[in-house]
Design a protein around this ligand. Structure first.
Ligand SMILES: Cc1cc2nc3c(=O)[nH]c(=O)nc-3n(C[C@H](O)[C@H](O)[C@H](O)COP(=O)(O)O)c2cc1C
Length: 328
């Protein structure tokens, strides 16, 4: 058993979190991760309405009585989702852990804390982590440049970002971006983190609700098969490299505006990738860590395997230290 500040403060067995994933983070996956002793997280905005989210939370609770969380991703958009109503749905459902990500979570953190909910804020820089800590969040997930989703604009990989964050923060830290196995968990702990957060690795599990062909494509892909889009718009996203991502990069590289790629990047097209199993149907996000993924286990098997492998890596590395008594 690996006991860290994170496992103790969040009441989970293993320091392994399944981060929010649009269209992927549904009840079956989150429940399977939590049931195995990790922390599963439902993605709030995958549910079309706050009422649907309340039902999804209830469904998760039918599958596990262990702790699980809800992700609330905060985006600045012209037509934002009704965040206050989603927040109320989370609070009223009695969920005890929330993962926030995106823009400043202040109002949400205040409200969640008033209801005794623990907040993990996910961000991509030490300065944003320090700001979130000052708002009273209970843990920080630090996403390195390798990550799927939005790696930010600083391009600092986890090997530097995690220890830089650990040097400055006092709350528990989850290392995120680029983790897929026990070696990664052991490395994260060595860098000063209290656990890991994974997205891409959990996409490729039996309970992940995406088409089997997409899972197989992830297994076949290498660490080179991702592409950064929206760099010129300062809203960088790491996408699976395909004909659509190539076209988006080309158009924006020639000075195109968002409206010129709007149809290509539509969320409805990305969703079709998962539903129909056509990896070329649109833009979908995946991390560089796909290069380390070789199978499609159940989420429970994965959590158990990573925890056990991390322990044996840590033991093996401890054994590298020569015994000064034996040497002399
Ligand atoms: C398919 C997919 C969808 C994601 N959607 C979200 C999201 O809606 N909100 C969010 O906060 N993070 C989202 N993420 C990011 C993950 O929670 C996590 O931070 C990231 O995947 C870590 O990097 P990794 O993929 O290398 O493990 C998504 C990741 C993936 C793979």
């Amino acid at each position: 058993m690996l006991t860290t500040r994170f496992t103790e403060e969040f009441g989970v067995e293993h320091p392994i979190v399944q981060g929010g994933m649009m269209w992927v983070g549904r009840a079956e996956l989150a429940a399977a991760v939590s049931e195995a002793g990790g922390l599963g997280i439902i993605t709030g905005l995958t549910q079309p309405t706050p009422e649907d989210l309340a039902k999804e939370i209830a469904r998760t609770r039918e599958m596990t009585d262990k702790p699980f969380g809800v992700n609330l991703t905060l985006t600045l958009s012209i037509n934002p989702p009704p965040y206050e109503e989603y927040r109320h749905a989370i609070i009223d459902s009695g969920v005890k852990i929330v993962e926030t990500a995106g823009s400043n979570p202040q109002v949400h953190v205040e409200h969640f804390k008033q209801h005794g909910i623990k907040v993990i804020h996910k961000c991509t820089s030490v300065r944003h982590a320090l700001k979130a800590q000052s708002l009273g969040v209970d843990a920080l997930s630090i996403d390195g440049f390798e990550c799927a989703g939005h790696p930010g604009e600083d391009d600092v990989p986890g090997l530097v970002l995690i220890p830089a964050a650990a040097d400055k923060l006092s709350v528990p830290i989850l290392a995120s971006g680029g983790f897929a196995d026990g070696r990664g968990l052991a490395a994260a702990l060595a860098l000063g983190a209290d656990g890991i957060n994974m997205g891409t690795r959990f996409m490729c599990t039996v309970e992940s609700p995406i088409h089997q062909r997409v899972k197989e494509q992830i297994v076949a892909a290498t660490e080179l098969d991702t592409q950064l889009i929206f760099r010129q718009l300062r809203n960088t996203m790491r996408a699976a490299k395909n004909s659509v991502s190539e076209e988006v990069v080309e158009i924006l590289g020639k000075g195109g505006r968002f409206k010129d790629v709007q149809e290509l990047v539509a969320g409805t097209r990305g969703r079709k990738v998962y539903e129909n199993g056509d990896p070329e149907a649109g833009i979908w996000t995946v991390g560089m860590v796909q290069g380390l993924i070789n199978d499609i286990p159940t989420a429970g098997e994965l959590v158990t395997r990573i925890a056990a492998e991390a322990e044996s890596v840590l033991r093996r590395n401890t054994a590298l230290i020569s015994d000064p008594v034996a040497v002399s």
